[in-house]
Ligand binder design. Structure first.
Ligand code: C2E
Ligand code: MG
Ligand code: MG
Ligand code: MG
Length: 284
C-alpha cells in the first residue's frame, strides 16, 4: 500500500514533466538567465520541534519568479536545471543565500536556528563540494552543524561505496545529513542503514489522510519505530491537518513541517513569523 502511494507520487511527477517539449526548451533558455537577472528567490518553510511546538529551523525552497509566467514550480524547473548543469551554480547560490540568511537570524536572537537545504545529485557528485561548503561557511560565518543537507535515496543507491565515502567526508565537516522523501524510493531502511545519515524525512504520501487509512498508518508507524530504534531523527513532511499532527506526535516523531503551521515563505515573512514566537498548538 505504501509503495503504491509512493508510486502514485512518482507518476504525478513524471506526467508533470513530460507535458510539452517545446515548453521545456523555452523554459531551459530562460532558466539560463534567471540567476543573473535576479529572478530566483529562496523561500523558507518552518520546521517545528514537536515537543515544544517551537520553530527550530527551516527548509530552504527555491522559487523562480519568471517575468512572464509568474511563479514556476521547482518540480518543473529543477529537473531542467539538472539536465543543463545549471543546477550547479543555482544550487550553490541557494546554499550560500540560505546560510547567510540563517546566520543573520541567528545573530538577531535565534543562535540555534538550523537550515535544511536540498542537494541535487549533480551537486553531491561534485568532487570539490566539500571545499565549496567550507568556503560558504567561512564567507557567511554559519557553523557547519547548523546546516542539514537533504539527499534522496536515488542519489545513494547507484554507487554505494562512493556515496558512503562522500557522506563521511561531509559528516566530517560537521554538517548533518537527511534523507528526503523517505519511502517514495524503493529501498528499505535496513539497506539505507549502511549510509551515515542523521535524519529521515517521511514523505508526505505517508502522512496524508493517515487517519482514514489503517494500513498506511501501520506502515508509517513501523517506519517511525525503526527510525527510533536506529537513533535517527524524524521529520514528518507535509502535515496539513490536526489529525495528521496528532498521529505524528503520538508516534514520537521529532519534527514536522507542513501547511498546518506554515507554507514556505519569503525571507521577510519567515522572519516576522519567527519573531512573533508563534508556536504550534495542540501537540500535547
Ligand atoms: P522537497 O524537498 O521534498 O520539499 C518539500 C515540498 O513539499 C515543498 O515543495 C513544500 O512546499 C511542499 N510542502 C511542504 N509542506 C506541505 C504541505 O503541508 N502540503 C503540501 N501539499 N505540500 C507541502 P516545493 O517547494 O514545491 O518543492 C518541490 C521540490 O523541489 C522539493 O521537494 C525539492 O525536491 C525540490 N527543490 C526545491 N528547492 C530546491 C533546491 O534549492 N535545490 C534542489 N536540488 N531541489 C529543490
Ligand atoms: Mg527537501
Ligand atoms: Mg521531501
Ligand atoms: Mg519531494
Amino acid at each position: 500500500q505504501a509503495k503504491q502511494q509512493g508510486g502514485n507520487c512518482h507518476q504525478f511527477y513524471s506526467i508533470a514533466l513530460s507535458k510539452g517539449t517545446s515548453d521545456r526548451v523555452a523554459l531551459k533558455t530562460s532558466l539560463r538567465y534567471a540567476l543573473e537577472r535576479d529572478e530566483l528567490q529562496v523561500y523558507y518553510q518552518p520546521q517545528l520541534n514537536l515537543e515544544t511546538g517551537k520553530i527550530i529551523g527551516a527548509e530552504a525552497l527555491l522559487r523562480w519568479e519568471h517575468p512572464e509566467r509568474g511563479l514556476v514550480s521547482p518540480i518543473k524547473f529543477i529537473p531542467l536545471a539538472e539536465e543543463t548543469g545549471l543546477i550547479l551554480p543555482i544550487g550553490e547560490w541557494v546554499l550560500k543565500t540560505a546560510c547567510q540568511q540563517t546566520r543573520h537570524w541567528q545573530k538577531m536572537g535565534y543562535p540555534h536556528l538550523k537550515i535544511a537545504v536540498n542537494l541535487s545529485g549533480r551537486q553531491f557528485q561534485q568532487l570539490d563540494l566539500r571545499h565549496r561548503l567550507v568556503k560558504i561557511f567561512t564567507e557567511t560565518g554559519l557553523r557547519p552543524e547548523y546546516l542539514e543537507l537533504e539527499l534522496t535515496e536515488s542519489m545513494l543507491v547507484e554507487n554505494t561505496d562512493v556515496a558512503i565515502r562522500r557522506l563521511q567526508a561531509l559528516k566530517a565537516l560537521g554538517v548533518e545529513i537527511a534523507i528526503d522523501d523517505f519511502g517514495t524510493g524503493y529501498s528499505s531502511l535496513s539497506y539505507l542503514q549502511q549510509f551515515p545519515f542523521d535524519t529521515l524525512k517521511i514523505d508526505r504520501c505517508f502522512i496524508r489522510n493517515i487517519q482514514d487509512n489503517p494500513s498506511q498508518a501501520a506502515i508509517t508507524q513501523a517506519i517511525i519505530e525503526m527510525a527510533n530504534t536506529l537513533d535517527l531523527k524524524l521529520v514528518a513532511e507535509g502535515v496539513e491537518t490536526d489529525a495528521e499532527l496528532s498521529f505524528v506526535v503520538q508516534h514520537h516523531c521529532h519534527k514536522m513541517q507542513g501547511y498546518l503551521f506554515s507554507k514556505p515563505l519569503p525571507a521577510k515573512e519567515f522572519e516576522s513569523l519567527l519573531f512573533s514566537e508563534k508556536a504550534l498548538v495542540g501537540i500535547k
